[in-house]
Design a protein around this ligand. Structure first.
Ligand code: F6P
Length: 543
């Protein structure tokens, strides 16, 4: 494979970036006053305004050429055709099949997986309906009214984000919580006010070997059994599992009849539309869950078929490549102007950074170019009173996605217009700033003028949707999934493995016995570096 940085398309962009280096968004809007109406694209309910980026039509043309050179069209087709695009794990990557409508065909190893997908969706819906009707009874015959998901990473962040986003659509009579951290405070806090005999745990783990999840699940079992007089039969009414690994689920003691499967062609961070979404489906109901899947499918089809120039995930992916590789910017912020979407950045951190935080290409060569940025963000307007100072006047430029909604949801009167006034004001201020002349004209004392001047030229995307609905959550998820894939194709990395998380797990497995070795016996022989040895020694001494 030709290194992407050795292609003429890359060189053309490098030249172009030098030519455009001095251009200010003020100049770009002056040269093309209508760009706010033309540098836009729509798909589903999402309206993307990308006009406040430091690009021209020529830039986008060159970026699209780069995408063509990288073979993006063929790679998209390979994903949808079920090819084994996750080469280091030898797997297809088919989260798009999770939201394919009944009757569609997606073949894996000669089998149409869509039928299986809908069989599990039906199983989930039957379970969710029972719970929502308070007909799923606990060990003592009382209805389960609390659902606690135990899972981490992709088995936590997606459903937790969506359950928060869609809380206005949820049955508020059910308590749905999420436990992820092996810090026992997480479990203790999530269960402190719950009755074990009315609580059901969803143990969610693709591999069912993740130590944090299994530790929390064992603690949950003890917590339940303590209330059930030690009667192991209680487990069947209070535990279900979501996994690809039936053997380990049985070994843990969960009845396979209470297991919801998914498949190895679903990556953990791409799994929220699978059975991993079970706690979400319980909260919002099968119909709303189906609407979310339909929203994701709509964007899947848009990504698969729309020309790159009008393709939201492709446009957003290419803009990210522009900033990362041709402007040297290292981070990217996602700023939902929606309290309900507060977990979106955390969810996207795993999606983006676990996918594209790579430094070798698909064929194992070191990348000679930068790959995934640091992704971060919190809801507006809170961030405005914290780190926005740096966004406006700091020495680091951070491209941002602003995500907002026209309709207020359940917001009390007056709030939403104020929220959205801030939403629009921030992208305007970031783009156009406030010149020295403008500040002086306001009569600001001379010594304060430099402090109160805003350079502007800070790029943003605006994503605007009518309302935060299940369909829109599905659309946002698919949008960012495909954006990440677009970038991974250009950077020539495998966006679907995550070997970088393994070393820490192995070392923790070695250190844990050293921490717990009895103080009565001989001190364990520590063979780490001097820093790690001393830290472990200090911990043992104080433990
Ligand atoms: O350690 C990283 C990771 O493997 C993620 O990719 C995954 O989403 C998470 O752990 C949880 O894995 P599992 O669902 O197998 O418990």
């Amino acid at each position: 494979m030709t290194a992407i940085s050795s292609t003429p398309e890359w060189a053309a962009l490098a030249d172009h970036s030098r030519a455009l280096a001095g251009a200010h968004l003020r100049d770009l809007f002056a040269a093309d006053p209508a760009r706010g109406e033309t540098f836009v694209a729509e798909a589903g309910d999402l309206y993307l305004d990308w006009s406040k980026n430091r690009v021209t039509a020529e830039t986008m043309g060159l970026l699209v050429e780069l995408a063509r050179r990288a073979g993006l069209r063929a790679r998209i087709d390979a994903v949808f055709a079920g090819e084994r695009v996750n080469v280091t794990e030898g797997r297809p990557v088919l989260h798009v099949a999770l939201r394919a409508p009944q009757g569609a065909t997606v073949m894996v190893d000669g089998e149409n997986v869509v039928a299986d997908v809908h069989r599990v969706l039906d199983q989930m819906a039957a379970f969710a309906r029972q719970l929502r009707a308070r007909q799923w009874l606990g060990h003592t015959g009382r209805p389960v009214v609390n659902v606690v998901n135990i899972g981490i990473g992709g088995s936590h962040l997606g459903p937790a984000m969506a359950a928060s986003a869609l809380r206005d659509f949820a049955d508020r009579g059910l308590t749905v919580r999420f436990v992820s951290n092996v810090d026992g405070a997480d479990f203790a806090e999530a269960t402190r006010d719950l009755d074990p005999l009315q609580t059901l745990f969803v143990v969610a783990s693709k591999t069912f070997t993740t130590s944090e999840t299994l530790t929390n699940a064992r603690t949950a079992r003890q917590w339940l059994l303590a209330a059930a007089g030690g009667d192991e039969a209680a487990v069947a009414r209070h535990f279900v599992a979501v996994s690809t690994n039936a053997v380990e689920v049985s070994a843990f003691g969960i009845d396979p009849a209470n297991m919801f499967v998914f498949w190895d062609w679903v990556g953990g961070r791409y799994s929220m539309c699978s059975a991993i979404g079970l706690p979400l489906m319980v909260a919002i109901g099968p119909d709303n869950f189906a609407a979310m899947l339909a929203g994701a499918h709509e964007i899947d089809e848009h990504f698969r078929t729309a020309p790159f120039e009008a393709n939201l995930p492709v446009l957003m992916g290419l803009l990210g490549v522009w900033y990362r590789n041709f402007m040297g910017l290292t981070s990217h912020a996602v700023l939902p102007y929606s309290e309900a979407l507060g977990l979106l950045p955390a969810y996207l951190q795993q999606l983006d950074m676990e996918s594209n935080g790579k430094s070798v290409t698909l064929d194992g060569q070191p990348t000679a170019w930068d790959t995934g940025p640091v992704l971060w963000g919190t809801p507006g307007t809170n961030g405005q009173h914290a780190y926005f100072q740096l966004l406006h006047q700091g020495t680091t430029v951070v491209p941002c996605d602003f995500v907002g909604f026209v309709e207020p949801g359940t917001s009390p009167p007056g709030h939403h217009d104020l929220l959205m006034a801030n939403f629009f004001a921030q992208t305007e201020a970031l783009a156009f700033g406030r010149t020295r002349g403008e500040v002086e004209a306001e009569g600001v004392p001379a010594e304060q003028v430099p402090h109160r001047t805003f350079a502007g030229n800070r790029p943003t995307n605006t994503l605007l949707a009518p309302r935060l609905t299940p369909a829109v959550v599905g659309q946002l998820v698919a949008l960012y999934e495909h954006k990440v894939f677009t970038q991974g194709v250009i950077w020539q990395v495998n966006s679907f493995d995550q070997w970088g998380v393994e070393l820490g797990k192995v070392l923790a497995g070695r250190i844990h016995p050293e921490l717990v070795a009895s103080g009565d016996g001989p001190e364990p022989l520590l063979a780490h570096d001097s820093s790690t040895n001393a830290l472990i020694g200090r911990y043992r001494a104080g433990r």
